[in-house]
Structures are given as C-alpha cells and as structure tokens.
Design a protein around this ligand. Sequence first.
Ligand SMILES: Nc1nc2c(ncn2[C@@H]2O[C@H](COP(=O)(O)OP(=O)(O)OP(=O)(O)O)[C@@H](O)[C@H]2O)c(=O)[nH]1
Length: 337
Amino acid sequence: MSLNLTVQQVFCWSIQLTVQQDYQALTYKFLDILDEITWIDNSAIYEIYHHERKKTGETKTVPELLIKRFPLDFTRNYEEEDHNSLFAELDHSTDLHLSPPDESGLHAWAIFSIRGSCGPERAIHLEGAFNRKMIELLNNLREMYRNLVILHDTKERDVLTKLPNRQSLDARLLQVCEHYSDYQIIDKSEEKSSWIAILDIDHFKRVNDDFGHLYGDEVLLIFSQLMEKCFRYNDFLFRFGGEEFVVILNLASQETAIAAFNRFRDVVANYTFPNVGRITVSVGLTHVDGRSMPTTQLDHADKALYYAKDNGRNRVVLYEDISIFTDDNDLSEIELF
Ligand SMILES: Nc1nc2c(ncn2[C@@H]2O[C@H](COP(=O)(O)OP(=O)(O)OP(=O)(O)O)[C@@H](O)[C@H]2O)c(=O)[nH]1
C-alpha cells in the first residue's frame, strides 16, 4: 500500500491542528486526521496517570496505572473498562512500540507515546498494516501533535499541581451543563447526576505565615494528589486558584455526592502533612443542571462554601440545603469571620 499523500495535504493538516483553541479541540482534530488516512484501520488516544496506591489489605503502596481513553465521557461508568493490558507490559523508556512484523515486514499495530508536557503522559494507539515509511510519517505527525499538546498543557494546567486550571474549568462546566440541558434530572436526590463543589483549605494563610510559602506550596501539591487518589475516574478536578480547588463529581446521587466529599474531608483531616501537620478543608457543593448558567452554579457552590466557613469549617455544605432556610440575599452577606 502506498502513502498516497501530497505535500499540500500535510500542510493542510498542520494548519488544521495549529488553529485549535484547546487540548480537547486539538485532540478531536488529530483523531479526525488519523481517520482520513486510509491505511489506518483504528485509532485511539489515551491519557496515562502513574499513581501510587495502597490496595485493600496491603500495607505498602504499589505503583498503579490509571488509563483514560479520550474523549472522557462522564456519563459512562468506566470502572469495568480496563486498558491496562494494552500498556502494562510497555517499556516506558522508549516512545515507539510496534507489534512484531509479519512475513512481509508490516506491523499490525503501533503505540506512540507523548511525554514531556506538564500534563499526563499520552499514548496514540493505531491499528492497520504499517511499513517503515508509514511509521516515519506517523512519527512526524506525532511530533507535531506532541508540540501542540505541550503548548496547550502549559496554558490550560496549573504549574504547581498540574491540575487543569480555571480556564479549563469554564469550558468543562459549560460542556456538562449543555449535557443536562438535553437531559433533565427529575429527582436529583435519587438519580445519578453531576455535582460541582468548591474545596477550600481552612486557615491556609496560617500555614504560609507559620511555615513559609514553600511548605504552603507542598501542602497544595499533596492536597491535589489526595484529590486524584480519592475521586473517581470520571470526575473532573481543577485548581481554581490559590488554596481553592473544584471538583465536578459525575454519576452520583445526592447522598453519594455528599458521602464522597465527606470521605475526602476525612482523608485530608487525617493526613499528616510534612512539617505542617494536620489541616482541614471546607466544601460547598451544588447540583449541576442545564437550566442555570455555569457562573450561577459556581456562585451557588461558593455560597455553600461561605456557609461552611461561617459554621465552623471542616464541613461539607449543600447549597440546596441552605437555600431552603435562607434567603439568597442573606447568603451573599455571610461574613468569613
Ligand atoms: N503557598 C501558597 N500560598 C498561596 C497560593 N495561592 C494563595 N495562597 C495563600 O493562601 C492564603 C489564603 O488566605 P485567606 O484567603 O485569608 O484564607 P484562609 O487563611 O485559608 O482562611 P479561610 O479560607 O477563611 O479558612 C493567602 O495567604 C494566600 O497568600 C500559592 O500558590 N501558594
């Protein structure tokens, strides 16, 4: 099979990739381009997270791979999906893996790694029948995509924690709200839906004042790692700014959502941070729906957070609970001290 590509086509792809506004759009476009190439039968892109996790009944933490296929569909339950078999045996010191060649020298699959950005490692998995020239071309395409991923990660992720930043939250929340504008939740306490929460470390100023900014930064970094361990595969985590983080929790009833945030609150309260010792976190959350603006929902989560701060901190408050008893205007007047 010939490559069958013109210089003009390759230029056209390069332009299509460079005009994309964010990582999501870039990756959708890259998959479209791979789809256009007739000698590729299947293509998929994965994000690979290297975790240290303590398994039930074990005392030591073990390295674990968490693999998410792009695009992450938050309305599906991925717990049973297992991509580990594809990646577990790979040698992580090289960026190109090929299946053994058949008798005519063709490879049935190739995996190209994307490393070096402040985000997670990515992998492009392709199936077809690839000769040496095709692999060379795909490698060049990978390089082009990789450089753009690095640029987008720098713009869309927080430098310290590597979590998606405020800008990424706005785009993601809009996407989740749009989903619920087509799919109305009738009973939010029973049905599985999405919840948005703002998590704010209590008295964080004291950490900086007593131990210095470097230890303050370390607390923020460990806090973000605890979030990654505690929340599920299809939840979205962000650093909102300063000592504030946001979680969009998906596929959860009201009771499950509150329990999940209380579990995280407990994990934080029981963790001994190096030098600093114990800290606590307050959480304000609200239901995500398709009828109000994303900014209104963030505002509701913020009001619930203020309520938590005003009522002793180290607690989880649901906006819908307090708005029943309190006039919205009163909530905007809650003082932090
Ligand atoms: N080390 C560090 N500190 C930060 C960062 N961003 C914000 N801060 C600090 O976070 C602190 C936030 O303090 P406040 O907003 O007064 O809140 P707080 O002390 O956490 O009190 P409550 O939220 O009311 O419990 C300030 O001292 C900021 O300087 C950061 O990236 N690194």
